[in-house]
Design a protein around this ligand. Structure first.
Ligand SMILES: Nc1ncnc2c1ncn2[C@@H]1O[C@H](COP(=O)(O)OP(=O)(O)O)[C@@H](O)[C@H]1O
Ligand SMILES: [Mg+2]
Length: 173
């Protein structure tokens, strides 16, 4: 029997933001973009339609990407070769077990030359590299049907690098 994996470390800091509409999400995304660099790992959780892909689109726009931003739901990975560093956008919604993460051979992308933005990180299981920031997007209270534009964003920062990212991303908000 393999011993149980050690519990992940608790966050070093947390922060909560309200994003009233898509413009607010884009504004946060551009501050987050400025906090990214090669090797940064960002997790994005939250239900379907919460705004994970929209937030990633904002990050890519802020880093100078002018083309389409497709959800990697079917391809698992969409890579972007940008001027400053590559961005790798993952979506593990279709994973049904952690073995799929192991078989996919994506490890090399993490802690490499680019920043990794990961939707549905929990579905990749315990071997997925830990992030600097874990973002959780949800529909704001009173928006139970998910038809409005208000979102709540909860951010967990891990370690000194995560704390630096968080401070940069929430600096002017
Ligand atoms: N504040 C907001 N932030 C992000 N998306 C929003 C917001 N308000 C409305 N939306 C809409 O919600 C949807 C989010 O979809 P998407 O980003 O694909 O979600 P996910 O990737 O979490 O499934 C989009 O249609 C977007 O236009
Ligand atoms: Mg998505």
């Amino acid at each position: 029997m393999t011993p149980p994996a050690p519990a992940p470390a608790p966050p070093t800091a947390t922060h909560r933001l309200e994003l009233a509409d898509e413009a607010a999400t884009a504004a946060f995304a551009s501050r987050l973009a400025a906090a990214l660099g090669p090797g940064t790992v960002i997790w994005l959780s939250g239900g379907l339609g919460a705004g994970k892909t929209t937030l990633v689109r904002g990050v890519l726009r802020a880093l100078g990407h002018t083309g389409k931003v497709r959800s990697p739901t079917f391809t698992l990975l969409e890579p972007y070769n940008l001027v400053r560093f590559p961005v790798y956008h993952f979506d593990f919604y279709r994973f049904s077990s952690a073995n799929e993460w192991r078989d996919a051979g994506f490890d090399e992308y993490f802690r490499g030359d680019g920043a990794c933005l990961v939707e549905w990180p929990d579905l990749a299981g315990p071997d997925l590299p830990r992030p600097e920031l874990a973002l959780r997007l949800g529909f704001a209270d009173g928006d139970a049907g998910g038809t409005g534009t208000a979102r709540v964003l909860e951010i967990d920062a891990f370690g000194d690098a995560g704390l630096r990212c968080l401070n940069a991303a929430v600096a002017a908000s």
